[in-house]
Write a protein that binds this ligand. Sequence first.
Ligand code: TRH
Length: 382
Amino acid sequence: MTARPERWDVFCRVVDNFGDVAVALRLARCLAREHGKAVRLLLDDLTVLARLRPEADPALARQEIDGIAVWRWDAGLFEGGAVEVADVVVETFGCDTPEPYVRAMAARDPHPRWINLEYLSAEEWVEGSHALPSPHPKYAPLTRHFFFPGFTARTGGLLRERDLLDRRDAFQADRAAQAAFWRLLAGAAPPEGALKVSLFGYAGAPYDSLLTALTRHAGPVWVVAPEGVAAAAVTAWLRGNPAGERGGVSAHAVPFVDQGRYDELLWACDLNFVRGEDSFVRAQWAARPFVWHIYPTDDNAHWVKLAAFLARYTAGMDRAHAVKVTALWEAWNRGDALGKAWPAFDAALPVAAAHAEEWAGRLALQPDLATQLAGFAAGLGG
Ligand code: TRH
């Protein structure tokens, strides 16, 4: 008789925006599809899921998406009744597993393995904290382990579907597929030789200054901004039109696309402006130059995180180009005018493009996060 698949519960509480759900959904999908786990994803807000996966119905308390069970994590979901806990419990971004569920974990023998998946950071201290145990103060010896994504061998790696890079390479080599993608998304294909740019960021980025600076690019520019802050900025720059042309820049505010299409957008562009955590990682797998708008935090800790990633990312570049990339990223995150930083960055794009490919190739040498997490859980026994 074949053993039943190992049961994993992944908890995710939506803090803000899309990334928390995006990461949890991607992880759950990899664990189910690539590691044969029976995964239940518990989300406190299904509206974000429905944006990323339009076939999800935010009204349903339970549904199946991409081969995983998705439950709405309502308050009291685990109150007053037998709670069936999983073999492995993953709480994402410190979302705190519900107390009745923790009690049931402590009562089960053997205890489920319990892992907290942390936010991604390139800071040095992450390596020293990755995989550390923390016995529960009330239910010890029940123990939670901290699992950190990251860019080095002493971290948990990055989410990367097994077929992602092959699908990327096939799409980037297929001009017909790209033309079809552009026609579907923007109603037309970019002009031959255009610099193709995708825009996704937070309020406060200097979108208007970027679009105006792009009119100075030597050759046509094609800009696409999915629905949100960037799309509103494009429409404002086009004086109220969602699509149009100014100074050699053809700009398009387009609908928000599903996660699969968003990867294709990143693969089809020559330069991607991204934000948060998931699009930030997806842009790195696209192996194209990118600019990261980091999620700003009130304590300004995001500047330390930005600098830490830039230090790692530019370490392999010659200093002159590293300075230009850093200057544009910092200006973008500060909301500064780009009149000076953009031309220098533009001139460095060919070098940045080669570097982006080398960086993606280097990252791909690491085992992916789902594989490392499954291996880590197996190593915890139980
Ligand atoms: O939406 P975000 O700003 O989410 C952020 C991050 O998760 C950050 O770590 C967290 O601290 C903060 O929320 C609270 O950025 P992120 O992480 O890039 O998630 C956006 C997701 O949306 C990503 O998976 C890409 C996807 N996306 C689409 O699927 N279609 C689209 O059209 C666009 C623009 C994005």
